[in-house]
Ligand binder design. Structure first.
Ligand code: UGA
Length: 443
């Protein structure tokens, strides 16, 4: 059955969710306060890079099932189910999450709800937020208790956002057990297709749903920092962290996924989510429970420094050297440079005096806004020309598949730091390169 849906926020999460809901057969209106974004989306143009999304967006803008507006009133009049997909970035100078955008959606939307409506929050929020917002909605909405709020955390990964939205591995819906209302029923209708495919559908209380999301991200961050901590030990002993991860990953209880040692995690989610989680735990008086996340954060940040010291080991003083940094996005198949380890490394090398040339297949433009003083080029050859060192900082397929012999002809000195352990090390060594991986053999 088709539902009338609004999605507030049209960033990586909101735009994908809106297009995904249209693909599931619903009628959707996306809402954003940024008129330029709304204009571009209305023309079927995605303002960021996400594989598969432009096709899906165009399909449903054309089919008429998906439109965009800056007018919350239009959304309130049109839709019965309202998703909140706005950002909750880290507050400036603090670990806590900035709730301004989520709060603004509620303050704008709730007073416009004159008939029964369901709000489902998707944004990642500090535990306790949903209960506070549910009360606020009841207080502000002309329809009173018939305006209900539940929490439906989002687990999509950038680069696979469309796939994760259309075929999620689980659905979680938090409702207030004392006042469950129609929220579960509405969510079951919205996600009917996935539920029919036997996608696990878990109904929890509000706090649990909020915590599911941050715990999942904290676990993923911990897994990455665990292997990066082991990488540090490998570096001190000559062991190889990639072989080690393969070996421990065969234990089904451990699993090989997210044991990729390298430059560590970045992006708009993992770093800020573990910090916001620690901040919230502090407010709740259980900060000790999450002190380990401080270490997770610390290990993660040390990986970036490690690349700088490797560069120093390979070249001596950095001033006067030319470094090619391949990659600026926080991970491949994305143009997102928020908290990107790759861009951080490029910037640090520059600050230490190296002349840095960056090439990323999709993220150059975003990177330039944050680090305008670096040089950005459109291809690997221009980046590597006369370089004293090549740093592979984001594991785009086109970098993984580079021919080491061809790249050797471009550079001045054949030295490479494989910041993502993504290159076939032996092939590069055989081609005459001095290769340094992260937590693995040196040559
Ligand atoms: C992450 C979660 O994986 C999603 O489930 C969640 O929905 C999302 O945050 C969110 O909260 O919205 P995402 O930020 O897209 O998704 O990126 P990930 O694929 O988790 O990668 C995060 C970072 O970890 C990247 O910088 C990546 O390069 C790094 N990483 C990942 C490693 O360093 N090693 C690994 O083995 C895996």
């Amino acid at each position: 059955m088709s539902e009338r849906i609004s999605v507030f926020g049209t960033g990586y999460l909101g735009a994908t969710h809106a297009a995904g809901m249209a693909e599931l057969g619903h009628e959707v209106i996306g809402v954003d306060i940024d008129p330029e974004k709304v204009a571009r989306l209305s023309n079927g143009e995605v303002p960021f890079f996400e594989p598969g999304l432009p096709e899906l967006l165009r399909k449903h803008v054309d089919s008429g099932r998906l439109r965009f507006t800056t007018d919350a009133r239009e959304a309130a009049e049109f839709a019965d189910v309202h998703f909140i997909g706005v950002g909750t970035p880290q507050k400036k100078g603090e670990y806590a999450a900035d709730m301004t955008f989520v709060d603004a959606v509620i303050e704008t939307l709730a007073p416009l709800l004159t008939r029964p409506a369901t709000i489902l929050g998707k944004s990642t929020v500090p535990v306790g937020t949903a209960a506070r917002l549910a009360a606020r909605v009841r207080e502000l909405a002309p329809v009173g208790d018939d305006a209900q709020l539940g929490w439906n955390p989002e687990f999509l990964r950038e680069g696979f956002a469309v796939e994760d939205t259309l075929r999620p591995d689980r659905l979680v819906v938090g409702v207030d057990p004392a006042n469950p209302g129609r929220i579960e029923e509405v969510a079951r209708r919205v996600y009917a297709e996935a539920i029919e495919r036997d996608t696990p559908f878990l109904v929890t209380d509000l706090a649990t749903a909020e915590l599911v999301k941050v715990s999942a991200n904290a676990f993923l961050a911990t897994k990455i920092s665990f292997i990066n901590a082991i990488a540090e030990v490998c570096e001190a002993t000559g062991a190889d962290v990639v072989d080690l991860a393969d070996a421990i990953g065969h234990d089904a209880r451990i699993g090989r996924k997210f044991l990729g040692a390298g430059l560590g995690f970045g992006g708009g989610c993992l770093p800020k989510d573990i910090r916001a989680f620690m901040a919230r735990a502090g407010e709740l008086g259980v900060d000790q429970a999450l002190t380990f996340l401080r270490e997770v954060d610390g290990v993660n940040m040390r990986r970036r420094e490690h690349v700088i010291s490797l560069a120093g080991e390979l070249m001596g003083d950095l001033p006067g050297t030319r470094v090619a940094v391949l990659g600026a996005a926080f991970k491949p198949n994305s143009d997102d440079i928020r908290d990107s380890p790759a861009l951080d490394v490029a910037g640090k090398l520059h600050l230490q005096g190296a002349t840095v040339t960056v090439h990323d297949p999709e993220a150059n433009a975003n990177a330039k806004k944050v680090w305008p003083t670096l040089t950005y080029v459109d291809n690997v050859e221009d980046a590597c020309r006369d370089a004293d060192l090549v740093v592979v900082a984001t594991e785009w397929t086109q970098f993984r598949e580079l021919d080491p012999t061809a790249v050797k002809d471009m550079v001045k000195h054949a030295r490479v730091i494989d910041g993502r352990n993504c290159l076939p090390a032996q092939a590069w060594i055989d081609a005459g390169w001095t290769y340094r991986g992260m937590g693995r053999l040196a040559s």
